[in-house]
Design a protein around this ligand. Sequence first.
Ligand SMILES: CC(C)(COP(=O)(O)OP(=O)(O)OC[C@H]1O[C@@H](n2cnc3c(N)ncnc32)[C@H](O)[C@@H]1OP(=O)(O)O)[C@@H](O)C(=O)NCCC(=O)NCCS
Length: 150
Amino acid sequence: MHIRLLGRDDAATLRQLTVDDADFDLEAKPGSTRAPLDAERALEYLTDPTVLHWVAEEGDRVLGHLHCQLVRKHAGQPRELLLYEIGVRSRARRCGVGRALTDTMCAWMATHGVADVWVLADNPGATAFYEACGFEEPADVPVYLTRSVP
Ligand SMILES: CC(C)(COP(=O)(O)OP(=O)(O)OC[C@H]1O[C@@H](n2cnc3c(N)ncnc32)[C@H](O)[C@@H]1OP(=O)(O)O)[C@@H](O)C(=O)NCCC(=O)NCCS
């Protein structure tokens, strides 16, 4: 297995991740109906320096992927990571792919002087996974809210 960051020439891989979305998510929460980005938006995503999107590949098949956003802050630690999404193909789970992806993320953080990463876990298996990978639940957990602007 080989882990690498997606780059500007990875539009086809990015598209495949979306097409195969269901296989990277829980069966009980079947793949979203997200549409792949068009070519222009895909290039924007792939060349955005705040986007860190790793894929774990075996040959040319992606087994798992991890997308983080680099978040700038106006005070304190100047940057942190938001672990926005992780998914491992259903048949490749519990083989260490997810842990290898988070290890790669942590190595990147150490190299780039980014001390903190946070994630919102949306299912018990994911919570157990993150805890196994060293994440801890803070004492005062913020409330998650969203708003859509039409
Ligand atoms: C969560 C996910 C990414 C984990 O990937 P993975 O490759 O299966 O994880 P690993 O094999 O590296 O697991 C490392 C350790 O995490 C823990 N772990 C992983 N999945 C777990 C689960 N479902 N239940 C309990 N513990 C789990 C175990 O301690 C495991 O070590 P072990 O297998 O030696 O016991 C994967 O299950 C997945 O893609 N789930 C669907 C998408 C999802 O839930 N994403 C997160 C949304 S917040």
